[in-house]
Ligand binder design. Sequence first.
Ligand code: NAP
Length: 549
Amino acid sequence: MSSTQLLPESTLDRAADVDVVVIGAGFSGLYMLHKLRELGFSARVLEAGDGLGGTWYWNRYPGARVDVQSIEYSYSFSEEIQEEWEWSELFSPQREIEAYINWVADKLDLRRNISLSTRVASASYDESASTWTVSTDTGEHIVSQFNIAATGCLSAPLEPDIPGLHSFAGTTLYTNRFPKEGFDFSGLRAGVIGTGSSGVQSIPVIAQQASSLVVFQRSAAYSRPSNTRPFEPGEYEGMKLDYDSIREAERKSPAGVVLSGALAVVAAGATRDILETPVAERMAAIDEYGWLAPLAWTDLQTDEQANAAAVEIYAELVRRVVHDPGVAASLVPRYPMGCKRMIVDVDYFETYNQPHVRLVDLRQGGIVAITPTGVETAQGSFDLDVLVLATGFDAMTGALRRIDFRGRDGASLADYWDEEGPVSYLGLGVAGFPNLFTVTGPGSPSVLSNMVVSIEQHVEWIADCLVHMRSTGYSSIEAEVEPSLEWVEHVRSLAEGTVRVADSCSSWYLGANVPGKKRIYMPYSGGLPAYRAKCDEVVAAGYEGFKLK
Ligand code: NAP
């Protein structure tokens, strides 16, 4: 655990400055660094932010919190870390997760190999030396044998294409790069554009402070209460005693989650088809499952009619909270449930019962422009002092595309993916880009799972691979084209026939929120155990599907 227990750092390739450059210091980059050092590789982590945490550094908007219970959304690789850290509640707020990440970094003495405020601009591969040269916005050029992109799935912010966006004379804030010092909405007329997870989590907290709040909703969200709360006396200690079995069950579960509400219910397996259930009995599921009632059916994912029937249950749940029937109707989505990730919130629907909160349903007339005074819509203009944009990310591929990766013969990763879609082998490697690994890249379970469980699996797989290369004397590894295309097809086929890819679904999983992005379902939806088994089989077959030189 301490640095004295680390093996002496050795350089694999003497032409390189370090064995490995890791891009990003979030959950994945930090564990990757620890693992590499433990195994005796020299490594340097480059991080654009001026603090650690990745997603949990940038997304510090009011109300930001995790949607998987913290006891599960945390590292499992070290019993010491698990034992020593104390979570304060079921679903921790951003500041607690950021504190945890910093505490882990100090405990493992990671900071000495991390350069903050250092954004990677480009990286190019030199085939003759089997090395990467990474260039940063600070003017450095670092040569390494391996390049590991721990760049996150939701880390490339999207700016909405709204006319006049930059003309607003008040304060414009983005949830995905919220000011470090916070922002006091007290006494201000606030507006929020975007009702995905970030909007839904921030709206209730902004409403508590602002003198008025206008929510501009283009698509309604599927959300349910997190029911977060501090632990009861003795509860956490009891869970800690059971940590080994919780972790074991996580690894075997499809989504890497055993404690967290909806996912756990779905994972445990609903038993009834909604279309086989008499209409009168469907609503009764609310008594049994509460907000999970719309999810407690077997035919949701594959039958749009069944899905629509479950949405009726969801609509009833919303109506039971939101007093104004028109507002309640506006808050019900018109796309299938399961198309996008279900959000967990704190008092989201209750917020719309407050007299100073107004919902503008953009389905009845969209945004025309942002003006110096506020937001102009086809339904009228709204004067604001502060405008919050919760408008999302170029997910899964965005952060990788924004680095100018040049592989063999100077080929551009961005161009390759623009033309072919996000071709990747297992979400770990890309043909034409030897010695580049992606942690939780497209084609892996990543965003459909507890991210930390998926991150640990990828970090450990990559670390084992580097050890294998060192011990066998290989200098390069590269995904092969055919197995990569087969894997992409396999990932596509798993989602086929489900509401995830229905015509009525336009999620970021499909890239549908980014103009011009190829519509391809990016994450692997076959569950963690099957995915892990595939990765293990690839290793057992001598890194089948990869070319080792
Ligand atoms: P998002 O889910 O992509 O939501 C973006 C929102 O902005 C959508 O409501 C979208 O409407 C709206 N929007 C975008 N451009 C617009 C425009 N020009 N005019 C009006 N509305 C516009 O982004 P997010 O909320 O940041 O969440 C992204 C993902 O991050 C989540 O799905 C989740 O996986 C993760 N996340 C997790 C947590 C958590 O676990 N606690 C918290 C935050 C985020 P349309 O839907 O109509 O495009």
